[in-house]
Design a protein around this ligand. Sequence first.
Ligand SMILES: [Zn+2]
Length: 79
Amino acid sequence: MSLTDKKNPMELTFTCPEMGGYFNCSGFRISDNRGIVTDEDGNRTMDAEVELEEPCPLCGGIHKYHISEIACPFRAFNG
Ligand SMILES: [Zn+2]
């Protein structure tokens, strides 16, 4: 165990826009967090962006996603 090995406790699944593949990564951070917004239908979603802190294992790039692009625990799963 290293003190510098500080990671988010959860992994999210990301899509690589370059290679079109999926990968799991826990090295990310929330950026541009504009909080919870309510859309026209009354659905509450989180308006934020997620930025990788580690290079994509597929293409080596640092990707940035809108939170709505990620199958993630920040929003409720619908069936
Ligand atoms: Zn990539």
